[in-house]
Design a protein around this ligand. Sequence first.
Ligand code: SF4
Length: 722
Amino acid sequence: TNVSHSQETKATCPYCGVGCGVIIEHDAQQVLGVRGDPDHPANFGRLCTKGSTLHLTAQPMLQQQVRVAQPSLRKTRLSADTPRQPASWDETYAYLADVFAATIREHGPDSVGFYISGQLLTEDYYVFNKLAKGLIGTNNIDTNSRLCMSSAVAGYKQTLGADAPPACYEDLALCETLFIVGSNTAFAHPILFRRIEDARKANPNLKMIVADPRRTDTAQQADLHLAIQPGTDVALFNGMLHILLWEDLVDTAYIESHTEGFAELKRIVRDYTPQFVADTCGISVGDLQKAALWFGQSKASLSLYCQGLNQSSVGTAKNAALINLHLATGQIGKPGAGPFSLTGQPNAMGGREVGGMANLLSAHRDLANPEHRAEVAALWGLPSVPEKPGKTAVEMFDAVEKGEIKILWIACTNPAQSMPNQSLIHAALKKAELVIVQEAYSTTATAQYADVLLPATTWAEKDGTVTNSERRISRVRPAIPAFGDARHDWQIAVEFAHVLEQQLRPGLPTLFPYPNAESIWNEHRESTRGRDLDITGMSYHMLEQQGPQQWPLTTGESSGKARLYEDGVFPTASGKAKFFPAQYQPVAEPADARYPFRLNTGRLRDQWHGMSRTGTVGQLYSHAPEPCIQMAPGDMARRAWKDGDLLQVTSRRGTQILPAQASAELQPGQVFVAMHWGAEFVSGHTGSGQPALGVNSLTLPVFDAYSKQPELKNAAVKLLKA
Ligand code: SF4
């Protein structure tokens, strides 16, 4: 008889960094439903529109249409017109290992690059990092987290000494002032926003300040909206500190005991007078003063921030200048207080933990630190790990385009839509001698460039762990078998490594002795011993028995730390936090007479990234059915443009055609396009006659000097009626 037995498996939502727990309802073959996990401390049973429609993305009929079912490859390199042929995994690995070994022999290990993803699980990330840095000997491994969180990482490290968000979700209920900057939390982190709404109901005195050029859904609910001009955040924070100094609202005892570098910062912020800052930011002196006083006078001030600070050519300074405010007022290391960076992707945190980026090593170690390199080499049983810094995201695609990187392996991400300056990215993908794309979805723009396409498992099939914004590690458990011939991301990397090892280190024991995800996680756990994120007291068994846990959780402890730096001791050489001498710098590409509008990009509520998953769910389109360019009603009226008129939007890098939409959220001179739609969905054409490439055909690749994160949130554009 064909009776299906309903079963339940706990996992997490694969979308944003809130990291909500889900219960997958299934019959061991198919996903039947999904609901929020009432026991998960991120969401206590709630899910947003994206999470609650996850089961619809796993329907068998749909899977047949959108998934990669088996490996395929074309061996005729540089012949993109030849169709790929289906191949077995063994045949594919053998081919790849031959090409890798030959290319490495001829051009050195840096002729290879890996571009991976903040949506991979921690175990996947760990193995890819070891494959690149340990086996192949290149640091050319970077991830789409570079577009997401690298300025947050740099901001924390430059000030607090480690990449560790010091606050937790509970602090939302304990703060008196909530300062949200560069984050449309209501759209991008909806379940956290529910918690904010709960906190405001419970505490009517809680004051919410939102600094954002747009009057977003989040800003509309604020007690004070600071509609600052794009890119003026550092001026705002320095201006607030200037006022706090005048009003004697800085915590002198905290500054003296727990920080260094305040004298220099004080000299800098002296010039940030209220009038100068108000003029620079485009806000009133009164609002600036109100924000400073609300922040400085409250018993507990909590800041939430995201891509508005990170995706900037001065992203590190923006992050650090906000952290300066917390250090100067002692608003850190206590309940309800702290600078709390919201993670964009579900596991950008896990990727940072395993050091899966071009400048990092395992367990928050730095590539530039010789001791750290020696520690990782010892951990991996190798004489050394490579010292030369790897190429970061933008640099990596530049190097591919220049022919320096010849083989590019892309896993679980869609750079042919998400990277800035798309024309260059597409040119690079055409130029590469070999592009390997490891993907669940055959529909992404990047998959079209694959010489070798490898089918990967995805949500409801994957097995491992993720870490959310509040440092909480959750188990992700598989409910149903892999689709077709798909394999886990870590498994593909391990199996390929085993074949490549036969060529690169024949006769030596494998560096990848991993029968399952847990064995990888256990090695990662050992790498954290004595580090700021020490999880030696945690295990898969503990996560099974006690549910998700926060780090650090050291040997012998029964639970992790909700809050960091409660003792005022920071993981720096001196034990003191460091003020960052942040100076305001304007955006990289200001508007001018030829390109008079300022383009901002961002998320919508019901779509995720390039829509490879959310784009398959009909009901998620009801919120926003198609891409458009939003602009101030007055700007449209002056030009006699109406809603729906097609506009040609042109930057110095590309053009696309989009319908106009008047929006009171936008200030005059500013326009907004959502990031989600790519080549397949946009009706315009680039100057070269190629299909339009989504909003990132317009954005610019200029990046922050420390974090190397590109400025995706401000580009100068001109508009013409199409
Ligand atoms: Fe998923 Fe984020 Fe929505 Fe939670 S808030 S259900 S993690 S998309």
